[in-house]
Design a protein around this ligand. Structure first.
Ligand code: ATP
Length: 198
């Protein structure tokens, strides 16, 4: 399955165009970085790729078919703030199992401890919460992961553990990844190629 964004343009309301004519193709298993100055619209573009926002111009397609937000969507977005992505009224096992049920081996790969499953989100650190958010997004039908500053707030060890786990899954399943990050070293280490949003 190929993710393709063609001639994408976006602006909020009657404001100035954030970007126009953006093209991006991501093949299975490919890891593509997106960089650009702050405020250029990287997060907005990530939301468009993941089907949360309609582009004003252009199309996003999967294998040539238009993206529709019905059922499980094979392009999953994980962003910087796990505390905003998790329902505070649910214990962690309920949030994790919302979309699918990862096995024990995957929980181990992501360093998720068994006793965390029965905690409330407020009883976990940002790094611990983000492990849940990333794993939750990686259901068996996920073909592309959009990682928008996914590990920016985390310490180096947690960052490395999460990326190690994600890359293992990407290799096993041939899952494509779009990496948005301010960290040039991370982009350089992870990505097959990089595009600049201008
Ligand atoms: N819902 C919205 N309504 C109006 N303007 C918005 C909205 N969301 C974002 N913007 C504006 O659109 C611009 C692009 O925002 P976006 O978050 O996509 O940029 P970014 O490149 O990801 O920035 P950063 O690197 O700082 O995270 C910013 O100027 C922002 O203030």
């Amino acid at each position: 399955m190929q993710l393709e964004a063609r001639d994408i343009g976006f602006r909020y309301g009657n404001g100035a165009w954030l970007f126009r004519g953006v093209n991006l193709t991501v093949k299975p298993g490919e890891i593509v970085g997106i960089v650009g100055p702050s405020g250029q619209g990287k997060t907005t573009f990530a939301r468009i790729l993941a089907g949360f926002e309609e582009p004003i111009e252009g199309t996003v397609t999967l294998d040539g078919f238009s993206v529709q937000n019905k059922g499980y969507y094979p392009v999953q977005l994980v962003f910087q703030h796990p505390e905003k992505a998790i329902n505070p009224r649910w214990k962690m096992h309920k949030s994790l199992h919302e979309g699918w049920k990862p096995d024990q081996a995957l929980l181990d790969t992501f360093g998720i401890e068994r006793e965390w499953l029965t905690r409330w989100p407020g009883e976990l650190s940002g790094g611990e919460l983000q492990r849940f958010c990333v794993l939750r997004a990686l259901g068996p039908e996920t073909r592309f992961l959009i990682a928008d500053e996914m590990t920016t707030m985390l310490d180096a060890i947690t960052q490395a553990q999460i990326w190690h786990a994600v890359l293992e899954i990407s290799r096993k399943r041939n899952m494509g990844i779009v990496v948005i990050s301010h960290e040039a070293k991370l982009i350089e280490r992870l990505c097959d190629r990089v595009i600049e949003l201008v």
